[in-house]
Write a protein that binds this ligand. Sequence first.
Ligand code: KG4
Ligand code: ZN
Length: 364
Amino acid sequence: MLILNKTARVFSNPSKRKIYEYLRSFNFHPGKVFLHKLVLGIETSCDDTAAAVVDETGNVLGEAIHSQTEVHLKTGGIIPPVAQQLHRENIQRIVQEALSVSKVSPSELSAIATTIKPGLALSLGVGLSFSLQLVDKFKKPFIPIHHMEAHALTIRLTNKVEFPFLVLLISGGHCLLALVRGVSDFLLLGKSLDIAPGDMLDKVARRLSLIKHPECSTMSGGKAIEHLAKQGNKLHFDFKPPMQRAKNCDFSFTGLQHIIDKTVMQKEKEEGIEKGQILSSAADIAAAVQHTTACHIAKRTHRAILFCKQKALLSQSNAVLVVSGGVASNLYIRKALEIVANATQCTLLCPPPKLCTDNGIMIA
Ligand code: KG4
Ligand code: ZN
C-alpha cells in the first residue's frame, strides 16, 4: 500500500513521464528466474473482465477474458450495477486463470497495472479494489492505466511503429482522434460531441430489433448492422453525414440516430407493422447507416491527417494511421479509411481484432 500511495502522489504531478521513470526504478528479484520484468494487467472499465501477463519485451505469457455481451444484449444495453456484479463474480477467476496460463505466481510479478479511467465508475471500481488488494498482499508497485492510452499503444505489440503516429479509436464507448507523440504524450485532435459510433450502431440495431433476426441474434449491434448491410442497398436511404461544415475533427452520432429512428417509425407505418417486428427494409437501412457512419469517420480522419501534415506533426512521407476499437473490425469502415490513407500517403494499421476490443494485454 505504501508503494501505491507513493505512486499516487507522483501521479498527481502533471508530468506523467516522471511516473513512468519512477515505476521503472523498481527492480525486483523474484525467486524463479524470469529474464524480463512481468506485468499483470487488469481491465474492468466496461463490460469485459480481462487480465493478462506481459513481459517488458511485449511477449504475452497468458491472458483470460470474460465477456458480458450476452447478458447485456438481453437487457438491451449495459446496466451499470449488472456489469459491476458480473465483474465481481468473475474477477478472481479471470486473474487466477491469466496467472496460471502464464505459469506465473503473484510474487513473481514486477508490477500490477489496472485501468483507472475512463469507463463506468462501478465497473472500474471492481478492478481497482481487486488490484489494490493484490498490491497490498504481495507488496507490488501499482501502475494506473488510462484506458484510451492503452488502446492507442496496443499496435506497438504487433507492429514496429515509431512516434509520432495518428490514432483513431472507435468503439461502443470511445470516439477520438489523437496524435500519439510518446508513451504518455497525446495530442487530442477530435472527439465525439455526443455518443460513440458503436453506441449509435447498437441503438439502431435495437430499434430495428435485429436480436430477433435469425442471422443476428448473438451478434453485437455493430456486427449485426455490418452483416445485414451486405444484403441491403445503401442508396435506398439518403442519410447525410453529420457536421459537414464543422471546421474541426470532432464527431457526432446522435443526430444520425434520431433521423434513423424517425425513418424506422415511418417505415413501420408504411409496412403496417408494430415496433419490435423486423422491417422488410431493415437491410437497406443497415447498409445506409453503415455507409453514412463510414463517410463521417473517414472525412474527419482525412481532415486530421491533412492538419497534421500541414503543421508537420506527422512525417510527410512515412505517416501512420492506427485504427482500433470494436468498430474498427467493420470491414466497410476499414475500406473507407484505406481510401483516405491511400489518398494521403499514409500507412493504415489495425491491431488484430482480438486486440482491437477491450482486453488485459493492452493494459499490461
Ligand atoms: O471495443 P469494444 O469491444 O468495447 C468498447 O466499446 O469499449 O467495442 C464494442 C462496440 C459495440 O458498440 C459494437 O456494436 C461495436 O463495437 N462493433 C462493431 C462491429 N463489431 C463490434 N461495429 C461495427 N461493425 C462491427 N463489425
Ligand atoms: Zn475500450
